[in-house]
Design a protein around this ligand. Structure first.
Ligand code: SF4
Length: 101
């Protein structure tokens, strides 16, 4: 019998991005996961890099730290603009958000 590969999670690494065109600026995401999301002075939400830098390029992604996954998923579910997209890094398939199955 083969041993299963250790669950490193690397193959399931996730990243998140925001479609600012649909963002209402209510700030729910920044309340749920302030380590990942932040409102900029333009009133829209952006993702942040691991070293806390606001990423303002359209479609910019940031890795989802595993301990924050639930907060990020809750943000995507509650987002009034339906504009938080969580996808697998490996194949860019959306797993949480408006385009997830
Ligand atoms: S929850 Fe959605 S709509 Fe609200 S600020 Fe965050 S990204 Fe924008």
């Amino acid at each position: 019998m083969q041993h299963e590969a250790p669950a490193t999670g690397a193959e399931e690494a996730l990243e998140v991005w925001i479609d600012q065109d649909l963002c209402t600026g209510d700030g729910i995401c920044a309340q749920y996961a302030p380590e990942v999301f932040e409102l900029d002075i333009d009133g829209l939400a952006y993702v942040k890099s691991a070293d806390d830098e606001l990423l303002q390029d359209p479609g910019a992604t940031t890795p989802v730290p595993l301990p924050l996954l639930q907060d990020v998923v809750d943000s995507a579910k509650e987002c009034p603009g339906d504009c938080i997209h969580v996808r697998r890094v490996a194949d860019r398939v959306e797993v949480y958000g408006p385009d997830a199955d």
